[in-house]
Design a protein around this ligand. Structure first.
Ligand code: CU
Length: 137
């Protein structure tokens, strides 16, 4: 009975998709366009490695994709970087305060984001080869 209902629902969805233009707006996302739903975390961690940024939230790299709430704090930690220097360098607008170029395992950098927006960054040493995005919402 449950299976039959799910089948019917799936077929209805398929029919709806095929019956509409692929580009038709689906109304999803809501006014914020966030799409993921639920509250954003107030803290987030990002690994700085050779040669990548890696999100502690979903493991994405270059770009490392991180989401925090307005007023939330992101902490970057240099991990396994040895003698290779890296930095967190804000790119474009909106911007945040970039870090110094740092060397050494365990170095950290923290930024608190008081304003909603999508912030992009890379590494001053390695440029676009290392990249990340912070969504503050
Ligand atoms: Cu780097």
């Amino acid at each position: 009975m449950t299976t039959r209902f799910l089948m019917a629902a799936a077929l209805a969805v398929l029919a709806g998709c095929s019956g509409n233009s692929p580009s038709a707006p689906d109304g999803g996302g809501g006014p914020t366009g966030g799409g993921t739903g639920g509250p954003a975390p107030s803290t987030a961690a990002v690994t700085v490695g050779n040669i990548f940024f890696k999100s502690g939230q979903d493991g994405t790299t270059n770009p490392a994709q991180t989401t925090v709430a307005v007023g939330g704090t992101v902490t970057w930690t240099w991990t396994g970087t040895g003698s290779t220097p890296h930095s967190v360098q804000s790119e474009g607008s909106p911007s945040f305060t970039s870090s110094a170029v740092k060397t050494g395992d365990g170095s950290t950098y923290q930024v608190t984001f008081a304003t909603a927006g999508t912030y992009r960054y890379d590494c001053a040493v390695h440029g676009a080869a290392m990249s990340g995005t912070i969504v503050v919402r």
